[in-house]
Design a protein around this ligand. Structure first.
Ligand code: ADP
Ligand code: ADP
Ligand code: ZN
Length: 221
């Protein structure tokens, strides 16, 4: 399966990717996670990406597409992948299509997770992430057993620096301007599946699984 999870910040892409990974043995590729790692390690890419991420803007297409192209070469992607947070612009979608065509492959589907704006803001403002293992929590909707501590590894939970009110608004504007056009891009290519992202994560996961079952066999690989 070669899938894309599309959706505004806070829609639950990372959360759904974690659930889907248990069903399909394919790697979860989050460009946000890869970029945060690069920033942490102060690589060349990280140094260039940081300022954009702090402002909630998109990191330039060339940098992100090169990073993804490299990641897709890894042997674990041979049986498929789950892209989370990429593509985020038409230029990135074109680059992905070219990359796949070159290796005789294609996407199976693009799952677009839709959540009302007020819920996005609520989800982002309460998001907490484990510094050690990356597990996602929410202050109210999915709190850890012990405040500030990861259930799985006892790691410390932190709030992403871009999950503050001002940067969140900027990210939502960027989504509308640069990423939302992908809905008709993938709709035109008959790859788009619109998923209602409201409700419990498990319910949303069931909607995605149901949508996956309608992917035409010719698209499945
Ligand atoms: P979100 O929770 O908003 O979906 P991500 O973790 O996916 O956040 O992304 C965090 C930041 O990393 C973005 O605001 C952007 O600066 C950068 N980023 C992630 N993916 C991309 C991409 N495909 N293109 C450009 N920038 C990206
Ligand atoms: P994205 O990757 O799209 O930015 P996340 O998966 O990180 O979104 O989810 C954002 C926040 O919302 C996290 O704190 C997560 O625990 C919470 N969350 C995810 N899905 C749901 C849901 N269905 N209902 C309530 N909260 C959710
Ligand atoms: Zn942890």
């Amino acid at each position: 399966m070669r899938l894309v999870l599309l959706g505004p910040p806070g829609a639950g892409k990372g959360t759904q990717a974690q659930l889907l990974k248990q069903t399909f043995a394919i790697p979860h590729i989050s460009t946000g996670d890869l970029l945060r790692q690069a920033v942490k390690e102060e690589t060349n890419l990280g140094k260039q990406a940081r300022a954009y991420m702090d402002k909630g803007e998109l990191v330039p297409d060339e940098l992100v597409t090169a990073m993804v192209a490299e990641r897709l070469q890894h042997p674990d992607c041979a049986s498929g992948f789950l892209l989370d947070g990429f593509p985020r612009s038409i230029a990135q979608a074109d680059a992905l299509a070219d990359e796949l065509t070159r290796s005789g492959k294609r996407l199976d589907g693009v799952m677009s997770i839709m959540v009302p704006r007020a819920d996005l803001i609520e989800r982002l403002s309460g998001r907490r992430v484990c510094r050690e293992c990356g597990t996602m929590y929410h202050e109210r909707f999915d709190p850890p057993k012990r405040a500030g501590v990861c259930d799985k590894c006892q790691g410390v939970l932190y709030q992403r620096s871009d999950d503050n009110a001002e940067t969140v608004s900027a990210r939502l504007v960027v989504y509308e301007r640069s990423t939302a056009p992908l809905l008709s891009y993938y709709g035109d290519r008959e790859l788009l599946y619109e998923i209602d992202g409201r409700g419990m994560p498990e319910e949303v996961g069931q909607r995605i699984t149901a949508a996956l079952n309608t992917v035409p066999a010719t698209h499945r690989s």
